[in-house]
Design a binder for this molecule. Structure first.
Ligand code: HAM
Length: 418
């Protein structure tokens, strides 16, 4: 039997309804702040991620689905959305538009990770990017919008971690300081960290083994080495979050798995999740567009995992899908009248369904009840409809009355009279 590939899943209709609701909230919340939808291709030139996300990152080193397109070009299923959006910004000359340009997006992403709860090989992200503004207000606006979205979706027990990575120059200096420190404590580090001291020393802050953790307690922190302007930027973001009443924890060890960040970085996690507790995160990436051969352009953004949002939100009751009218058949001869009536109802803006099986009338009424129909129109046979009557039943009150077919839709639209 052929099954869905490891780390992937089907979105069945009952799951799709919750995702649609999530998308509606995102559109409303981000749209109201001037973010406009963008979608980029699901695959891109491999080089975009190598240069954008960074060759030393786990994502580029071992999680990308890369293939030859048959013509000798290397393509990669997108592992994230920021580098592609910057590529699109450059490609379409969007620096000529009034700045900043604000985007939001929702789509599928691909990482060859070991699957577990909340971690998949194909997953969905909703994200927002503001390109062309260097202000702390931009970072704070983005953070507040993600907080609002998570709250609106009922994501439980969230925590916000905030930090600053400064500039690449500060980071380079700090990095060599950290490498020196790690070398001095090499014997206590885990094998994995020890072999990667030069490649990615910051990862040591993420380590879980007791030896490395103990070493890291005494390690120098980047936050204490920030240049004055970067420290001011962070202080301004903090003040804005304080004013907005958004709680956060300053986390000097916050490392994100992508190389493009400068200054502000943040991450929302939820205690309602297990090991994969990161719900969404992002930060400022002031050098990325230049790095991809665009004009120097400051930018900031975030992305949140849809599966993790839904997991952390739990089984939120969803607004039940509304079925205004179910057209039932007392006799098969009424099929044509029923067909026309349900079509007219949909044209009038109602959610209408008709009997498509060959159930008994009792079975049809049970079905109408199960799908939550507000009204059921029972069409007798062609003749009684021609003589002008169907039976309209209000499923809530149980009231039922014969009426002309023409009267069914106005009665439901009025919401009174039955
Ligand atoms: P990221 O932290 O790599 O950031 O991913 C964002 C979110 O996507 C994570 O917090 C998590 O919820 C979800 N996610 C990541 N990997 C998986 C996976 N394998 N399975 C399920 N969910 C996953 C970025 O992707 C950046 N582009 C965010 C950003 C935008 N930074 C600036 N602008």
């Amino acid at each position: 039997m052929i099954q869905a590939p490891k780390g992937t899943f089907d979105v069945l209709p009952e799951d799709a309804a919750r995702r649609e609701l999530l998308e509606e909230h995102a559109r409303k919340i981000l749209g109201a702040a001037g973010y406009r939808r963008i979608e980029t291709p699901t695959f891109e030139a491999t080089e975009l991620f190598e240069r954008g996300v960074g060759e030393a990152t786990d994502i580029v080193r071992k999680e990308m689905y890369t293939f030859d397109d048959g013509g000798g070009r290397s393509l990669t299923l997108r592992p994230e959305g920021t580098a592609p959006i910057c590529r699109a910004y450059i490609e379409h000359g969007m620096h000529k538009l009034p700045q900043p340009v604000k985007f939001w997006y929702l789509g599928s992403y691909y990482r060859a990770e070991a699957p577990q709860r909340g971690r998949y090989r194909q997953f969905w992200q909703v994200g927002a990017e503001t390109i062309g503004s260097a202000t702390p207000e931009t970072d704070a606006e983005l953070i507040v919008l993600l907080a609002d979205l998570l709250e609106a979706l009922g994501v439980n027990r969230t925590r916000l971690a905030l930090s600053s990575l400064g500039t690449p120059e500060t980071r380079a200096e700090y990095r060599s300081e950290l490498v020196t420190y790690l070398r001095a404590h090499e014997s206590m580090l885990s094998e994995e960290i020890r072999t990667r001291i030069d490649l990615n020393p910051l990862r040591a802050f993420d380590a879980t083994d007791p030896g490395t953790r103990e070493v890291m307690l005494g390690a120098p922190k980047l936050l204490d080495r920030l240049a004055a302007a970067d420290a001011e930027h962070l202080a301004a973001v903090r003040a804005l979050l304080d004013d907005a009443g958004v709680e956060y924890e300053l986390d000097p060890t916050l490392v994100r798995g992508l190389d493009y960040y400068t200054r502000t970085v943040f991450e929302f996690s939820s205690d309602a999740l297990g090991a994969q507790s990161g719900v969404g995160g992002g930060g400022r990436y002031d050098r990325l567009i230049e790095q991809l051969d665009g004009p120097p352009t400051p930018a900031s953004g975030w992305a949140a995992g849809i599966e993790r949002i839904l997991l952390a939100a739990g089984e939120q009751p969803l607004a039940a899908e509304l079925v205004d009218l179910f057209v039932a058949l007392a006799k098969p001869e009424g099929a044509r009248v029923a067909f026309e009536l349900s079509r007219e109802a949909r044209r009038a803006g109602l959610h209408a369904q008709q009997e498509l099986g060959s159930r008994s009338l009792k079975g049809q009424l049970r079905h109408a009840d199960r799908i939550g129909a507000r009204y059921v129109a029972i069409v007798d046979d062609g003749t009684s409809a021609a003589s002008g009557l169907v039976s309209l039943r209000n499923m809530e009150s149980g009231e039922q009355r014969d009426t002309a077919p023409d009267n069914v839709i106005p009665t439901i639209l009025r919401g009174t009279g039955l």
